[in-house]
Design a protein around this ligand. Structure first.
Ligand code: SF4
Length: 329
């Protein structure tokens, strides 16, 4: 088989808060308001400094959805960080990331167009998993998982020309027809706005203590089938990503996978803490005869199109040269 380029991003994971307005049946991340559910500025600074020392290029800011709406959160946030809202805090920490030489990528759940515009100057790319277009019991207590709301946000990001990551979560109660419908929706959004840089095909892994603790994980052949569908349905300029800490990348890479997502040399996957990322040195073995290449959180085609703020331009250009040098391009 012809050798392909498989990309990854070297990142640090910054879970600013695990407080969330939703209650997904499979979630082991969300937590009630409390001091240990907020990452204080000193911890963010320390992680960013370490990330810079390890040549990371991406600061992945991920947090629960609309935590400001959860009683007690904003007063806790103010007392620990001095900021009045999670997005204000995210903006300030993104500035620190940029000063440390890392590009912010933000996964903040549902945001309005105005909120995305507010973060735009300090954010190289954003993400929101569509997960599924199906209405499923696992989302019964998660208003933010209404597929229409998620599609609306992804469309708003397209309208704003924000390089965007989305994807499917497999095994949470959807079926094959839902996989097709979800991929067709992502394809249609990309055909309209041209902003989807990658589609993650992520398998649900049951977490201890969650409502869905005893549900089976998605099987490898089911993941492979969805990868084949993704290859068939999605436009070819959308990278197809699998998380190598959750799925067997070595077995699945031949099903059209061309990206392994963010891999961190220093932080864990806080969403799936029982599943450590492979070391970056191990990725070459996973991709086999294919060519492993580092990328930024903003993909090259969006750098060429200039889909980034003037504030981020110097760092994007410098890091783009850095990763190009590393792959010998
Ligand atoms: S999966 Fe995400 S949106 Fe759902 S409860 Fe957990 S943190 Fe909130």
């Amino acid at each position: 088989m012809e050798s392909r380029v498989i990309t990854f991003s070297r990142n640090v994971f910054l879970p600013l808060t695990s407080v969330c307005a939703n209650r997904c049946g499979y979630c082991s991340f969300h937590a009630p308001v409390g001091r240990d559910t907020l990452m204080p500025p000193d911890d963010v600074f320390h992680t960013l400094t370490q990330g810079a020392a390890f040549h990371c290029t991406e600061a992945l800011f991920t947090f629960g959805e609309k935590p400001d709406s959860v009683p007690g959160f904003t007063s806790l946030l103010k007392s620990i960080t001095g900021h009045s809202s999670i997005l204000e805090y995210c903006y300030a920490m993104s500035e620190h990331a940029i000063n440390c030489g890392l590009l912010p990528h933000t996964n903040a759940g549902i945001l309005t167009a105005d909120e995305m515009e507010m973060l735009r100057p300090v954010t190289a790319s954003m993400g929101l998993m569509l997960e599924t277009t199906a209405v499923i019991p696992a989302h019964a207590n998660s208003p933010g998982k209404d597929p229409e709301r998620r599609i609306e946000m992804i469309a708003d990001a397209g309208h704003l020309k924000i390089p965007f990551t989305t994807g499917l979560l497999l095994g949470i109660g959807e079926d094959r027809s839902d996989h097709i419908a979800s991929l067709e929706e992502i394809s249609a959004l990309h055909k309209k706005y041209g902003h989807i840089q990658e589609c993650i095909i992520q398998n649900f892994c049951p977490g201890v203590g969650t409502e869905m603790e005893h549900f089976p994980s998605a099987r490898e052949d089911d993941i492979a089938n969805v990868l084949l569908l993704a290859h068939e349905i999605l436009p070819s300029d959308i990278a197809i990503q699998i998380p190598p800490n959750l799925a067997n990348a070595k077995n699945l890479i031949s099903y059209g996978v061309n990206d392994l997502g963010g891999i961190s040399p220093i932080t864990i996957d806080y969403i799936n803490p029982e599943h450590p990322w492979p070391q970056i040195e191990e990725l070459a073995a996973l991709v086999g005869d294919n060519v492993l290449q580092e990328r930024l959180c903003i993909y090259p085609q969006y750098i060429k199109k200039g889909w980034y703020s003037s504030h981020l331009a110097p760092l994007i250009h410098a890091l783009n040269e850095q990763v190009a040098d590393q792959c010998g391009a």
